[in-house]
Design a protein around this ligand. Structure first.
Ligand code: MV4
Length: 505
């Protein structure tokens, strides 16, 4: 097993990975930029060492391959965990890590490369018998595009061949729009990926986004860990994820799971990965979209319903261990939901909200998990993702999980920055959500949110002052008393003496 792992990331995911390392008895190396000098992920309670890697600009720190590999070497780490985002899906980074005789905790550089190109991965999937959306690749002339669109039938979707995540994507409703939208999609694709190749697909307007977690070891054993329903999203930013998906039947789940395993096997996949599908709710047909060759933000809901620690297993299989469970030994139990608490203002076009976290109290209780990289007093800056915390709950059923999430959101206290907490409460209490009838367009097209009217600014100031300045008394304790038990005739009361130990008998 590894003795020391460098975590090439920041915030909540760096902390999540460090917790797994501690549990496995592995030492941890944090890295940080100028902006993260005092960030929680560098704290001694999580990291054994912390290495400064550059300026606040990601290009000069968390995206700098050379500096990260040098830091791993200098600290004598055996392996690097990339987390999600940053360099996690950069095939050159994975290759450079291995060239430096370190272990990349993730798939091979070849798997990352094969799945990185959408046109290429789509061709691979078709060959492997994984359903893909009807469409055409390798289009050159205007006539090629026009014929392809005609053949699949409008509306069509124009996508960038090089990348994913919705960049360079255009819905084309009829022939007259085609030329212009191809031009703008080309420009955007060239800008984002340095590659202007496009493909055309049949557009599925009411699709659900359902992804399957896959997991493989280095010995060719590969399973799926069921699905996550991620349709509640806005501008390709996910907001709420849950598992199981309310849309899937046991038969469809089995079929999609088998397709996900096939997809991953086609690129000799090992470690954690995710196969994204869209599902047409009318026909219940499913189609491969892309593969994310990394751990995902929403992995905790899979952990809560399967009972597995995905990050621990990522580390263990990277070190060469066998993944010990067969597909038929793996089960889903209960229901889990994740809400992404963002520092943003839903009433103002979801603009990021920056500032000092004046007050920050996470909800607690049975079945509640909070993954966050912040504590009260921290500064939320514009340099990085505005994700404040992931609130994850487990309930025996979907209804109970929704109720628990509602209560937990009400308990979450954040002062100093604006958050989407009220927005999410409102989504969770919408009948469409209760019925599980939410497609990827729902938040933007069908959900009309009105922010609750705010209390006057003066009362907010007064309330904040009270919270900051007035010390809270112990419940039931008059000032100067011996504590809550002092009136009782309990000879074992810890209040009998200041140390809490009994003196004599
Ligand atoms: C689609 C689609 C409908 N039809 N393809 C969005 C990002 C990229 N992963 C592909 N995406 C989509 N492809 C066809 N043929 C709808 C989406 C889509 C989407 C997919 C997953 C999650 C959120 C989404 C939001 C809008 C559109």
């Amino acid at each position: 097993m590894f003795k020391k792992i460098l975590i090439a990331n920041r915030g909540e995911i760096a902390i999540r990975i460090m917790r797994a390392c501690k549990e496995l008895g592995i030492r941890t190396v944090a890295v940080y930029s100028d902006a993260d000098k005092d960030s929680l992920h560098t704290d001694v309670q999580f990291a054994d060492e912390a290495i400064h890697i550059g300026t606040a600009s990601p290009k000069e720190s968390y995206l700098n391959l050379d500096v990260l590999i040098r830091a791993a070497r200098a600290s004598q780490a055996d392996a690097i965990h990339p987390g999600y985002g940053f360099l996690s899906e950069n095939a050159s980074f994975a290759a450079a890590v291995e060239s430096a005789l370190l272990i990349f905790i993730g798939p091979s550089a070849d798997s990352i490369r094969a799945m990185g190109d959408k046109a290429e991965s789509k061709r691979l999937m078709k060959k492997a018998g994984v359903p893909t959306v009807p469409g055409y690749e390798r289009l050159e002339s205007e006539a090629d595009f026009s014929n392809a669109a005609q053949a699949v039938g409008y509306p069509v979707l124009v996508k960038a061949a090089a990348g994913g995540g919705g960049k360079g994507m255009r819905v084309v409703n009829n022939e007259s729009e085609l030329g212009e939208l191809i031009e703008s999609a080309r420009r955007e694709a060239l800008n984002a990926f340095g590659d202007e190749r496009l493909l055309i697909e049949k557009y599925l307007p009411n699709a659900h986004h359902i992804e399957f977690q896959v997991f493989g070891d280095r010995h060719g054993h590969l399973v799926h860990l069921f699905e996550r329903e991620c349709s509640v999203q806005r501008r390709h930013q996910k907001i709420i994820e849950e598992t199981p998906s309310p849309l899937l039947t046991p038969e469809l789940r089995k079929e999609m799971g088998a397709a996900a395993v096939n997809a991953a096997q086609a690129v000799n996949y090992h470690n954690a990965g995710t196969i994204e599908f869209i599902v047409d709710p009318d026909t219940l047909k499913f189609y491969f979209l892309e593969m994310n060759t990394r751990l995902q933000v929403e992995h905790p809901i899979t952990e809560l319903t399967t009972g597995l620690d995905l990050v621990q297993w990522q580390i263990r299989v990277a070190a060469g261990e066998h993944f010990p469970y067969e597909q038929d030994q793996l089960t889903q139990r209960g229901h889990a939901i994740e809400c992404r608490v963002y520092a943003e203002d839903p009433a103002n076009g979801f603009l990021p909200s920056t500032g000092k976290l004046l007050q920050y109290i996470e909800p607690r209780g049975p079945g509640i998990r909070v993954d966050s990289g912040f504590r009260a007093g921290d500064e939320i800056t514009h340099f990085y993702d505005p994700l404040l915390a992931k609130l994850i709950v487990y309930g025996e059923s979907r209804e109970l999980a929704i109720q628990k999430m509602q209560a937990a959101l009400r308990e979450f206290v954040v002062h100093g920055v604006t958050t989407n907490i009220d927005f999410m409460k409102s989504v969770l209490s919408h009948p469409d959500f209760a019925n599980g009838q939410v497609s990827t367009r729902w938040v933007e097209n069908d959900f009309n949110w009105e922010s609750p009217s705010e209390p006057p600014f003066e009362s907010l100031i007064a309330a904040s002052l009270v919270e900051l300045l007035v010390p809270l008394p112990l419940p039931g304790a008059a000032s100067g008393s011996q504590g809550p038990g002092s009136n009782e005739v309990d000879p074992y009361s810890p209040w009998k003496n200041p140390s809490g130990f009994r003196i004599g008998s």
